[in-house]
Design a protein around this ligand. Sequence first.
Ligand code: SF4
Ligand code: F3S
Length: 103
Amino acid sequence: GIDPNFDDNREHVGEENGLDVWGPVDPPEKLGIHGAHVAVDYDICIADGACLENCPVDVFDWVDTPDHPESEKKVEPTREDQCIDCMLCVDICPVDAIDVDAS
Ligand code: SF4
Ligand code: F3S
């Protein structure tokens, strides 16, 4: 699953669509972790979709990631600032691709 200490253990390599990106990034195979308060490890996400479908405040949008080995789309935590820390997405993801920093 996603490393909950990614912000210490990974390099902040920039931003995409206004969200922090944590490396290593080497597209299309390595896409890194996207987001900060709500963070999604794009290299783990298999596009299950349960997070996006069930988030009570609609934090996530799909983004296309052609030729990524795990899935051709990922959930971007586009509206992470709206997150209410319910932890549903963290609990429901079958591959533990999401970390929410509720502290
Ligand atoms: Fe949405 Fe809850 Fe996940 Fe926050 S913790 S992104 S509110 S499902
Ligand atoms: Fe991806 Fe897990 Fe959501 S696989 S689409 S982060 S439920």
